[in-house]
Design a protein. Structure first.
Length: 188
């Protein structure tokens, strides 16, 4: 079958429109923070080592977000808390060095996006949701959002640490990712 020049041009244009565009978080300008409580005190922390990739075909809600977090990079600024978080009753970072996020769907609701996906911590996988805003920037996108998880769903805290009157179950996550186009990153 011979293709006419017009049909060939249309197929070429269609194939370039269907090609996914991928963005990777610039780790020097991105962060994953969390807050949690112990008794009546609120603590903040962050993960310093992670990767995130967001690819979509036509619109951001058609996309897929995948993230990997190095759990040993946890830091609260409190040496005792950091050591405790790394131990077996906490994140157990020696046994479970990475956590994973994989999107199942993204829905646009007004000016924000709602995402649902699978979060895996300590080899326990649960469905979670989060919200984020996406703003176009000169070089890529700025994604800012939040989510909440229940730490006991992931076996985070056992024994005396399972007492929710001492350490409440809810952990709030806040994240900011400066997303760079993969093609731009390859040029650098």
């Amino acid at each position: 079958m011979k293709l006419t020049p017009i049909v060939s041009l249309l197929l070429l244009l269609l194939s370039t429109q269907l090609k996914a565009v991928c963005y990777t978080a610039d780790p020097s300008q991105s962060h994953i923070d969390f807050t949690f409580s112990i008794e009546d005190s609120v603590f903040e922390g962050h993960f310093a080592d992670f990767s995130l990739r967001y690819c979509w075909d036509n619109t951001p809600q058609d996309g897929q977000i995948d993230a990997v977090i190095a759990m040993q990079s946890v830091s609260t600024g409190n040496r005792d808390l950091d050591i405790g978080m790394q131990e077996i009753d906490g994140l157990a970072t020696q046994q479970y060095p990475k956590a994973y996020w994989q999107t199942e769907y993204i829905e646009k609701q007004g000016q924000e996006f709602v995402t649902r996906g699978r979060l895996t911590i300590r080899e326990v996988t649960r469905n979670e949701t989060g919200r984020f805003h996406l703003v176009r920037q000169e070089e890529g996108w700025l994604l800012e959002g939040e989510a909440s998880i229940h730490r006991l769903d992931y076996d985070l805290g056992s024994g005396e640490y399972a007492d929710i009157s001492f350490i409440p179950d809810l952990v709030k996550l806040h994240f900011t990712f400066h997303l760079m186009d993969d093609q731009t990153l390859q040029k650098e």
